[in-house]
Design a protein around this ligand. Structure first.
Ligand code: 5GP
Length: 121
């Protein structure tokens, strides 16, 4: 497995060292507001386990963690009524993906029309 930086910002959030605004929390998943939102609604969903990226998560997490993660994503979508008006789900992975925080996460963005998927599209 890729080495995990225990001092990344999401690890600190999970340890309670940095405050965050929780939307949903289960035994293995946390959903919280992005501190620098790029849309009126911008939620981050992370597994509590130490996974650097999506491949690490899907290849090494227990089935129960994976199911819980995606159930929590769907729970947030329903709770914030994102399905009705639409939303964008993004996961930046690695250098080309522009991943800034090396702890696997997905972004759920909505609340307005978000425009083209990529700036050059
Ligand atoms: P990435 O670029 O890795 O896909 O996304 C990292 C996200 O974490 C960014 O959208 C950024 O705004 C968010 N972020 C960075 N620092 C903090 C923080 O301290 N708290 C929260 N809630 N979000 C953060």
């Amino acid at each position: 497995m890729t080495s995990y930086d225990t001092n990344n910002i999401f690890a600190k959030i999970l340890r309670g060292e940095i405050p965050s605004k929780t939307v949903k929390e289960t035994h293995s998943t946390l959903a919280f507001h992005d501190a620098f939102p790029k849309a009126p609604i911008h939620i981050l969903v992370i597994p509590k386990g130490s996974y650097v990226n999506m491949a690490e998560f899907l290849n090494h997490a227990r089935d129960e963690e994976i199911v819980d993660f995606w159930s929590t994503v769907q729970g947030v979508i329903e709770e914030l009524k994102l399905q009705e008006t639409g939303f964008r789900m993004i996961s930046n992975n690695g250098t080309n993906g522009g991943q800034e925080v090396p702890h696997f996460h997905i972004h759920l963005c909505g609340g307005e029309k978000l425009g083209p998927m990529l700036p050059k599209a």
